[in-house]
Ligand binder design. Structure first.
Ligand SMILES: [Zn+2]
Ligand SMILES: [Zn+2]
Length: 269
């Protein structure tokens, strides 16, 4: 615990981290296949949301959080040429499905890619991408090196990462703090002890699925309350469903300092 506090308080070596929102939608994405609602048919680009993921970059280090089913397109859109690591939050399909496409980075970097995940997520990766871990591998498959993480801080390149345990109903999910920025996807409960790791963040991203209550995600009111309890001055909501309504309409209703994130949003923190 002491180590965590020390690392949280320590200023990062680099001045700024660049956070790019690769996707801000819930598991189905927006538009949702076959849906004709006003959000799914909106002409506002901010109402198009790929599955939830971010890119965290210092001047020397690039980290991706989760590989969504949209991972390939997200890497192309942001013109990512090199990644140093992938961090996984939890094993749900909308957060891991795109892993196969790291093959391009294997090819151009001529190396395997470091993957950081807890044991629960690693079990799912081994189950759902069995060929990657097979004893007799066929050529051209993804090459990865797995690193096991828990709630203890670790360092990739010049970026210190503090994992934060949050709850997605009964599933433990890892949130991550990078310097002054905290990223929390897929959660509806945060224990008191873990909240201390978030304290002092200047900006956070937090999941807020929709207005109506949900069994495993914060809804809009709960997410606003959580940001206010944590006293983080600036927050961006992610993992949004089409049921949340149109970006422009919802944005107008939010308290000062709280926003809906959108795909392509970049923050310097
Ligand atoms: Zn999800
Ligand atoms: Zn999930």
């Amino acid at each position: 615990m002491n180590l965590t506090c020390e690392l949280v308080n320590r200023k990062l070596v680099n001045d700024f981290l660049k956070i790019t929102f690769l996707g801000t939608g819930t598991s189905s994405g927006i538009p949702m296949i076959a849906c004709n609602c006003e959000v799914c048919t909106s002409a506002d680009k901010k109402d198009n949301r790929l599955r939830a993921s971010i890119l965290v970059q210092s001047s020397t280090t690039t980290i991706v959080v989760d590989t969504t089913p949209d991972f390939r397109y997200q890497m192309l859109r942001e013109k990512v040429k090199k990644i140093d690591a992938v961090l996984f939050t939890h094993p749900h399909k909308d957060h891991i499905a795109g892993l196969d496409d790291i093959r391009a980075f294997n090819f151009f970097q001529q190396s395997s890619i470091n993957i950081y995940a807890n044991t629960l997520t690693q079990e799912a990766l081994k189950r759902e991408f069995r060929y990657i871990f097979a004893e007799k591998k066929y050529p051209g498959i993804p090459q990865i090196d797995l690193y096991t993480i828990d709630q203890h801080p670790f360092i990739i390149g010049d970026i210190t990462i503090v994992p934060i345990l949050v709850w997605h109903l009964h599933m433990p999910v890892l949130a991550f703090r990078f310097g002054d920025f905290t990223y929390i996807t897929d959660a509806n409960k945060i224990d008191e002890q873990e909240r201390k790791k978030i304290t002092g963040s200047k900006i956070m991203a937090l999941n807020a699925l929709r207005e109506k209550k949900h069994i495993s995600h914060f809804n809009l009111a709960e997410a606003i309350e959580m940001v206010q309890q944590l006293k983080v001055p600036e927050a961006y909501f992610i993992h949004l469903s089409h049921q949340m309504g149109k970006h422009e309409d919802v944005e107008k209703t939010l308290p000062v300092g709280i926003h809906l994130a959108y795909d392509g949003l970049v923050l310097m923190c």
